[in-house]
Structures are given as C-alpha cells and as structure tokens.
Design a protein around this ligand. Structure first.
Ligand code: AGP
Length: 609
C-alpha cells in the first residue's frame, strides 16, 4: 500500500506534494519522492527513509513549478532504496509516474522492454509502466496511456505526467483507491482523502477503469471505453484524523475490514493462471531441495506464533513433513536440535521483533536453511533470512495484529500446497480443488464482515466480564489462541484459550454460572468431540457463544448464541473463524472504553528482548 499525490494549478506544486504525502505516511513510509515540471524539464527528487529525509534533502533547493506528482512507498518489489523510490521515469525523463499497487505481469514486460533497448534503473514493478509509455507513445498522451493500461495486469492507482504535455496530469485506478480534489484554479490527486482535505472538501471518488485528465481548470473523466463520465461531487465531512482511518473509528477496525484485499493481494501472483498449482517465484525449490530437510522448525512471537501453529498443521497435513513450533523467547534457551537438515521458518509482521531475529541468527549459526514470512520489505528479519516470502497486507498500524495474521495463514496454506506438489504428497486434483476454495476466501471474509451487529451485541452483553474462555479442537484450538490474545490485549479482559478436550484436566474448575465461553466448532472431523466439551461447560451454566460453519444448525441446540461463518474446506476455515473473534475483541474494547489502537503496556513492534 503506498501513497500517491498530484497537483496542477496556479500555486507551487512542491508544498502541496510534501504536505499531501505527510498525510499519507500511514500508507507506507520506507521512501518518498516528488517530481515537478519547471518549465524546461521534470525534476525528480527522491530519498529512502521517511518523508522527513526527502524534505531535508530539498529544503534549500525546493523544486519550482506548478505541476507535479509525489509518492510515499510501502515496498513490495525491490527493497527500500533511493533508486527503488518513486517517482519513476522512462529512459528519456519525458514521462514520469507514481504508482500504488502491484503490476502482476511486470517481469515479462520488463524482459520485452529490455530487449528493445530500454534501460532500467530500479528493481520495481512500477518502472515498467514508464518505459512502456515511452515505447507506445504516439503523440497523444491519453491514447498512449490507454494502450499502456491495455498491456499491464494487476492492481494500480497511477498518476502520469509528461514534459510533452506540461499542462495536464492523467490518473486512473484499478482495485486501489484514488480521489481527485476540486480546487479554484488548481486541482489535486491523491490515494486517499487525508492528503487533500486541508485544501478542498470537494472531491471525485474515482471508480475502477475510469481515467481522468486533470488540468488547473478542468477535470475530464472517461470510462474504460473512453466515454465521458459525469460524476457527483463528494463533499468530505470527515475531520483529518478520521480521514486517515478511511472513515473508520480506529486503525484496527480499518485493518480488519482491509483483510479481503490484503488476502487477495497476498495470493496474487502465487496461483498459476490455470488454477492448478502454486507459484513461488521467490523460492524456486525442487523436490531434492525439499527432501534434504528432515524437519521444519518454526519460530515466532504472539500472533505470528499463532499463525505458525496453523502453518504447522498445514505443512504436516498436506506435505507430510514434521514441523516443530517454538515461541522465539524460549527457542534459543533450550538447545534446540537444529542443523543443516532443518528448514527454519520465522514469522514476523514487522520483521523487527528482536526475539525472533535472535532465533533466526542462532539457527543460521547452527547450520539451518532459513525462510522468513514477513510483511515489511527490507526489514531486519527479511535481510537476515536466506529466503523471504512477503505478505502483501500493507502497513499494519494498530498494535493488535489482524490482517497480518490472516495473510500469514493464507501464505502458509500456499506454501504447504507448494511443498505438497514438490513432494507429490497430494494429487493434482486435490491441489486444484483446494486452490479453487482458496480463491473464494477474500469474498468469504467480506461476507463475514458484512453483518457485525450480532457481534456488537455480544460484546455489549459480555464485555464487562472479567474472565472469558475460548475452546476448540484441532485448528479451532489454534484459532482460539488468537481470539483470546486479541481480547486480552485490547480489552484487558482475562481471556484464556484451551484445547476443548483438556478442560476436564483442571480448567473446568473455573467454569461457573455466567462465565462466557467462546466455543469454536468448525472442524467437522472433531465436531462430536467438541460438542461433548460444550455440553460439559453448559452443564456448569456457562454462557456459550458457538462459532460454526453455515449450515451447521445442530449447534444451536447446545449453545446460547451461534455466529455463523461461510463454509469451506475445514483447513481454510481458520481464516474465516478468526474474523468474528477479532470483531468481538474490538467491540468489547470499545464497550470498556479502552484505547483500541494503542493498548496499555504494548508496542507494535517489540524490538527489545
Ligand atoms: C499481536 O496482536 C501483538 N501485536 C503481538 O503479539 C505481535 O503479534 C508480536 O509482538 C509479534 O510481532 P511481529 O509479528 O511483528 O514479529
């Protein structure tokens, strides 16, 4: 997720570009840049690091001009660096662009363009767009941009500027946000409303496929077919802070609702076009490489550890490779049996958790091959590991991890399938069937998010209890662990997750009248067993909220309430089952007046041991 801005008008462009980017840093902040037409050429200034580094670089020599574009980056392809920072240009510097999203076919386009003599300066997918425009340019800016859009695949918000057309900016979008701010003698373009709200509250919200030609006095919008589009002006009545959260009250709620897109982006480019296999361009493993490992060992903390537990289940079930899982703070101190026959996988949203980084370094010292699953390109863990798989969830601002967890799980599922194909432990039919179900997950998450009212009601009803229990068996237990952590860390309720079959070995003593128990009962293979554990707690007059797959109305006979989630393969259900638990924690925290995005005693990234 990146932030893009554009300006054309009577005033200097640079001040708005920098001000707008400062309001979009929550969308990405590993590098920034601006480009301004100064009457002769387009001056591009960019810098790795936060926007402050760019400001510092140009403060004594601000670019001059009244038309320009800018970008603040969240790296997906190519680590954070000056040369990977946007804006990107073609060979001649006549065309300059900024981009938010992922150009999925950039590698093949880049190869073609290099063959025709284009000289690339960066490792990014975005730069391909600038050279493609140079390649197809026919003298008409709009039709040339349309030809570029016909050839690229993926998700994008793009702003184009050209020395040959110094009065206008062209912007367009597909699956990424883009708004146009309507000014007096000036107009603004941005990924999101926060960037322009200080200049104007009158906006056009762009739709997929629409293309706008923006000059200082006019905004001409056409659809994919080139036909004029008449748009209603959207008057923004948010305050600036609410705008950063996209209108949501907290970043956590915004990020919960971003999960369909985050999961879709993480899956993109990793499923073969024919839907029959998983593609892991970053790994390039073969069967011999995989068979050289006696086991997989996973290490992580907190939510990432819970995702690793699900990853263990997937790899053992699908690829039949033994997997151990440790919390990072324990791993190093028990003399783990790790050597060159171990594939060590670390999981970390931030890529900076010191316990996890230390475990990674220790494992490398012991001879293990290492793979990192992380959300931050160029993070310490990403740089330390031998290989890296990125979740493309975009920045996660709230301390409580949500979209990182679901994207980590989806990535583990794809990794397990990839390993299974290499080992031949699953038939091609089974793999294709599971991929078919995988593709439905983003929409099913959206369906789960479509009706939060019952969960709000439960949170109000039970939000003041001091003890809540989460129980489940098999994958339901792994998800129960994550649900309990969410509730604990943002509502400060003492929540505990327990393997349902383990209750009678002690914890049942704590179950008394009125104690809320969240019972996950989505795993068909152990449903009857889970049901007997639910009866155990009901016999002690607990209040039971069941989590069940749609269609399983049987559960209603045994619990007080049921929250249904869409049905899918029981291996994939954890990605859906966790969503109501995230929402339950969120609304319980609201009920208790807690600071949802910044809970007491906690930090987003724990960089101390
Ligand atoms: C989860 O909601 C917490 N923020 C915390 O447990 C977190 O998952 C843990 O600190 C690990 O962080 P990482 O994924 O950035 O390594």
């Amino acid at each position: 997720m990146c932030g893009i801005v554009g300006y054309v008008g009577d005033n200097q462009a640079a001040p708005f570009l920098l001000e707008g980017l400062s309001k979009l840093e929550y969308r990405g902040y590993d590098s920034a840049g601006i480009a301004v037409f100064d009457g002769k050429g387009i001056r591009v200034e960019k810098s790795v690091g936060r926007l402050a580094a760019l400001r510092d670089k140009i403060k004594d020599n601000m670019p001059v001009g009244t038309i320009g574009i800018g970008h603040t980056r969240w790296a997906t392809h190519g680590r954070p660096s000056d040369r990977n920072a946007h804006p990107h240009t073609d060979c001649s510097g006549d065309f300059v662009i900024v981009h938010n999203g992922i150009i999925e076919n950039y590698l093949s386009l880049k190869e073609e363009l290099i063959e025709t003599g284009h000289d690339f300066k960066s490792e990014t997918d975005t730069e391909v767009v600038a050279h493609l425009l140079e390649e197809v340019y026919n003298g008409d800016f709009v039709s040339s941009v349309r030809e570029v859009l016909r050839r690229i695949e993926g998700s994008y918000s793009l702003v184009f500027m050209s020395k040959k057309h110094p009065e206008e900016l062209i912007c367009t979008k597909q699956d990424n946000p883009l708004v146009i701010g309507i000014g007096e003698g000036e107009n603004f373009i941005a990924s999101d409303i926060p960037a322009i709200i200080a200049r104007t509250r009158r906006t056009y919200i762009m739709n997929d496929g629409e293309l706008a030609v923006v000059t200082k006095d006019a905004i001409k919008i056409t659809n994919r077919a080139g036909e004029p589009v008449t748009k209603k002006v959207f008057e923004v009545n948010w305050n600036a802070e609410a705008a950063e959260k996209g209108g949501y009250e907290h970043f956590m709620l915004k990020e919960i609702h971003e999960q369909p897109k985050a999961v879709r982006d993480t899956m993109s480019q990793r499923i073969a076009k024919d839907g029959k296999s998983i593609v892991m361009k970053e790994l390039k493993w073969d069967a011999d490489y995989l068979n050289s490992f006696r086991k997989v060992h996973m290490v992580a903390c907190g939510t990432a550890y819970h995702a690793a537990l699900v990853g263990k289940f997937y790899i053992e079930r699908l690829a039949r490779i033994p997997v151990e899982v440790d919390v990072a703070s324990e791993f190093r101190y028990r003399q783990p049996i790790v050597d060159e026959s171990t594939l060590l996988i670390v999981v970390s949203q931030s890529g900076e958790t010191s316990d996890t980084l230390a475990a990674l370094k220790e494992s490398k010292r012991l001879g293990a091959k290492t793979l990192a699953l992380t959300n931050v390109v160029g993070s310490s863990i990403a740089r330390e590991a031998d290989q890296v798989l990125y979740t493309w969830a975009g920045p996660e601002i709230a301390v409580a991890s949500t979209k990182a967890y679901t994207t980590q799980i989806i990535l583990f599922f794809m990794l397990a399938l990839y390993m299974a194909e290499l080992k031949g432990s699953q038939t091609p039919e089974a793999v294709e069937s599971l991929i078919g179900k995988l593709k439905e997950i983003p929409a099913q998450i959206g369906e789960t998010l479509s009706d939060v009212e019952p969960i709000k009601t439960f949170a109000k009803q039970y939000g003041f209890n001091e003890d809540v229990f989460y129980i489940g068996r098999s994958l339901d237990y792994e998800v129960a662990l994550e649900g309990a952590l969410k509730l604990k860390e943002i509502s400060y309720i003492h929540a505990e997750a327990y393997a349902a079959g383990e209750l009678k070995h002690g914890t049942l003593a704590l179950i008394v009248e009125g104690v809320p128990v969240i019972a996950l009962a989505t795993q068909k293979s152990v449903y009857e067993k889970t049901l007997s554990n639910i009866k155990e707690v009901k016999a002690r007059d607990a209040v039971v909220i069941g989590i069940a797959a749609q269609g399983n109305t049987d559960l209603e006979k045994y619990v007080d309430h049921v929250i249904y989630i869409p049905n899918t393969d029981e291996l994939l259900i954890p990605i859906l089952a966790v969503v109501p638990l995230q929402l339950l924690a969120y609304y319980a925290a609201i009920t208790r007046g807690c600071d949802v995005d910044k809970p007491r005693n906690l930090a987003k990234s724990v960089t101390v041991e």
